[in-house]
Design a protein around this ligand. Structure first.
Ligand SMILES: C[S@@+](CC[C@H](N)C(=O)[O-])C[C@H]1O[C@@H](n2cnc3c(N)ncnc32)[C@H](O)[C@@H]1O
Length: 205
């Protein structure tokens, strides 16, 4: 990864540590792990939350065909949004970059009944108030198509925290299933958690 991107990431971390949640960008190993086995030929809309400097975004764009898949990213921090706009200009990539909170994911839909195939989250849930975690997860569930996939990563050392245990319990109740895989080649080591929306499940509240 370019040194300037790492410097940019650290600069934003120093200004807003709790929003960013990690002092270093994710590794390419974590990017590969969070996107593994997604069949991009079948994905029309992929939404990424909290892309930061765009480590996962780069992988998403290079794994997908611009004629089939649109990548939409929701980033809260204005410095990262400027960086993403420079790095991934909309005239070169099939991308929509929006400055917003992930809980407002519905704002990124083209029509109110449009559905999303995959949500990839880098959000630092450890530092979120529970209400925002709940609003974000429920809104994600609502916009996902049947069979749609929600993936997030968590740092291994945060797993015992009550907030993270509560998040995992809520995901389990809502989606009814959780898959996970560990990624040691990241600082800090992480675990990817995947939930798949099964057809005909209840609405989120
Ligand atoms: C751990 S960093 C992302 C790291 C990214 N995967 C990378 O490697 O560069 C978390 C990101 O989530 C963003 N963020 C925090 N709260 C958010 C929210 N409610 N909605 C959207 N983005 C948010 C932060 O600004 C930051 O870019």
């Amino acid at each position: 990864m370019k040194k300037s991107r790492i410097a940019n990431f650290i600069k934003v971390f120093v200004k807003k540590p709790l929003d960013v949640g990690s002092i270093t960008p994710s590794s390419r190993f974590l990017a590969a792990a969070i996107l593994k086995n997604l069949d991009f030929s079948k994905l029309k809309v992929v939404v990424e939350y909290g892309p930061g400097t765009g480590v996962f975004t780069q992988f998403l764009l290079s794994s997908s065909s611009p004629s089939k898949t649109q990548v939409r990213v929701i980033e809260f921090n204005a410095d990262f949004v400027s960086h993403l706009n420079e790095r991934f200009p909309a005239n070169q990539y099939n991308i929509v970059i929006k400055q917003d909170r992930a809980a407002n994911v519905k704002n990124i839909l083209k029509t109110p009944d449009e559905l999303v195939d995959v949500v990839i989250s880098s959000l630092p849930f450890t530092f979120f108030p529970w209400e925002e975690t709940l609003a974000t997860i429920n809104a994600s569930y609502e916009v996902l198509a049947d069979g749609g996939v929600f993936r997030t990563y968590l740092y291994l050392h945060t797993l015992p925290l009550p907030k993270i245990q509560r998040l995992l319990s809520h995901l389990k109740v809502l989606f009814g299933n959780l898959n996970s895989w560990v990624v040691l080649a990241n600082i800090p080591p992480a675990i990817v958690v995947e939930c798949i929306k099964s057809p005909g499940k209840m609405r989120a509240h």
